[in-house]
Write a protein that binds this ligand. Sequence first.
Ligand code: HEM
Length: 292
Amino acid sequence: MEAAVEAARQGTFFSRNEFLIRRLHSLTGLIPVGAYMCIHLLTNASTLGGPEMFQKNVDLIHSLGPALPIVEWTFIFLPLIFHAVVGVVIIRSGNANLSSYYYVGNVRYTLQRVTAWIALLFIAYHVFHMHGWFHNAWWLENVANNELGGHQFDPHKASSTAAIALASPLKKLFYGIGVISCVYHLANGLWTMGITWGVWTTAAAQRRANWICGAFGIALTVVGLAALVGVTTTDVDKAEAYEKVRHEMNLEEQQRAEAEAKRLKSLSPAEREAEAKAQAEKEAKAAETKAH
Ligand code: HEM
């Protein structure tokens, strides 16, 4: 017993904390990484609804403003990096999660690992291609620039820039393979998770779970590939015209709001109070007229 404790103490950080690390690895695969992936694929599928719909969804995400990078790093990138690093350690150690994979065929076990590598490669490329990895001015100018094909997506011109970024058939093929791999990895991972966490323990429950996870995987594949159809059918000229008008309207609205804020700031407290009172009276009168 003492020898075993001593051996564990001398083992690697991973072997000493394997239980906890594996549980965290499993958990991050579902929340937030898996959950985010579902939302992301659904948002992208809205390219099928035309530039108005896709732009509205993208604007909703970007309404977080300066908080967006913090949210992205805390809830998406860091958990994903953690899951990927631990995943690589698990693959390289050849140490299978036998409690889960005892029940699964060899093919599914191997595919879970193959899709992990494809997901790693695809996500690294995709985030560089669309987002540029970091939004630092020097980085965007010198590394994630047009020459190297990075940072191609402009959230103010969502549909047109997504369609242009994915215009090449080779890129579409790579994205298709990447999306299908990520979806397989999540759907099959959901099934192994159920065993890791003791949700489906009997053979009958695991068979039922096969159907549920399979149906989820097929539905998410359709959603994921719908985005590729959406960008392929986007009319770039029409999308650009719509985005230009919308951008100008937003600018005008912003300028008006800034001018109003400046005007309010220049008022004395008494003037501000009088204005608020007049406004309240006006609203009350309008409500009264409406009631009659
Ligand atoms: C779209 C991104 C990803 C999602 C949504 C995701 C999700 C999941 C889920 C839900 C599981 C099941 C956990 C369990 O059985 O308890 C899992 C397992 C696994 N993931 Fe990921 N993953 C992603 C990316 C990656 C990447 C990039 C790697 C590494 C290169 C990776 C490596 C692994 C490995 C090795 C397993 C199996 C662990 C085992 O057998 O114990 N994953 N993933």
